[in-house]
Design a protein around this ligand. Sequence first.
Ligand code: PLP
Length: 487
Amino acid sequence: MKTNQASIPDLLQKAYDPESFRAQGHRLINRLADYLANMQDNPALAVLPWQSPDDGLFSWQADYAASPDQPVNTFWDRVLAQSMHIHHPHYIGHQVSPPVPVAALSALLSAFLNNGMAVYEMGPVSSVIERVVIREMTQAMGYGEQAGGLMTSGGTLSNLTALLAARQAKAGYDAWQMGTREPLALLVSEEAHYCIDRAAKVMGWGEEGVIKVPTDEHCRMRVDALETCYQQARAAGKKVIAVVGSSCSTSTGSYDPLPAIADFCERHKLWFHVDGAHGAPVIFSPQFQHLVQGIDRADSITIDFHKMMLTPAITTALLFKEEKYSYQTFAQKASYLLSEQEGEWFNSGKRAFECTKRMMSIQVYAILKTYGKKIFDDNITHLYELTQTFAQQIQRRPYLQLALKPEANIVCFRYVGKGLESSVLNEINAKIRQQMLEEGRFYIVQTQLRGKLYLRTTLMNPFTTVTVLEQLLDEIERLGAQLIVSD
Ligand SMILES: Cc1ncc(COP(=O)(O)O)c(C=O)c1O
């Protein structure tokens, strides 16, 4: 049907109706509040209502085909019921925080306002608030007045952006304009997150561009091996421009020794980047901040708010000791959007990879304004302390074996039973983890360390208790014993 040019189509009128928005919003918030209460009070609930990807696809295809105009709250209820429940105290898996409600509500505000903020006028509030949040973070890290940074969509992108800045600063020519003219490389621990490797490959450095430094028995970078790795790389014709330290590593939560890496970088005039996506917020905990001693000597730092800082994904800060370097990362011209003016901190698109960006700063600001920095200390100190207790619980059980003493809130361990052959342990632990995944009572993950498969837990939820952790270990032992009998 043809519409009158001036009239808004009915469907659009309906979609933007303020009163139905109000009603739907109230229903959703009520539902989420009930959900949160249920998570805290009802541990018998499955943390993950498991179904295979094919079964999930089949059921959603059927849903889609069945009723094209079902009420949206029916859909939301199904999404809630079938999702991974990060707020469940039995969620002890990957490094994702259960967002605090004020941050999640701010994310809704961001989604609704949609102030994409590539340039200041498209996000006047979030651009300025980003500056305030970044300032808070640079000060926390011990950086001085020259410091600054930006927010970006995730640790992966932040690390890539930092390494692009490092390349521009250390290549000795305008690598952004001219491309790389010789084989460039970086040094990083063999335990670092895979995104460092990916960043080097995105920059075209290839496999040869990532030199893996061996780790010690605590899975920390062996700084005594740095010099040899560096000299070997040079002898092979590579130009090493950066060292990446992990604060902490992903698999085991091990903190690389930052002061020694900083000394090395100073000696060789290399860029020092710290991937603190998970563990740099430990700076807010007086009890555990010694783990990142020396972080103020890094040229750049990545921090994810959506890991240890109670914020919805994905919300990341990239900090520079000297902010000027952040303006050189992308020396691109785009006259329709970006001015040629140097140093415009308020035009996000100049320094961030993204053009359009979520108003992520308002989520962090909401937490800071509502609870202050203390909430980060409370969360981190509580979870890191709980992790130490958990490690002791594991050590008290002869059928379980700790991979290494945890420094962060990540614990790797495995079921070893009573005198089981080491050759069967990988398979048994993989089966334990798979069974736990499918049963859905607890959510934990797994990792490989030097050829051995370990169960891996990250204590992310402050509502996880010592009793819950004891029940988790009982469950692992029960499954382990069952598997031995059935084999
Ligand atoms: C040390 C480290 N760096 C980077 C990342 C990637 O971060 P994101 O998922 O925010 O891209 C992770 C994720 O687990 C990590 O642990």
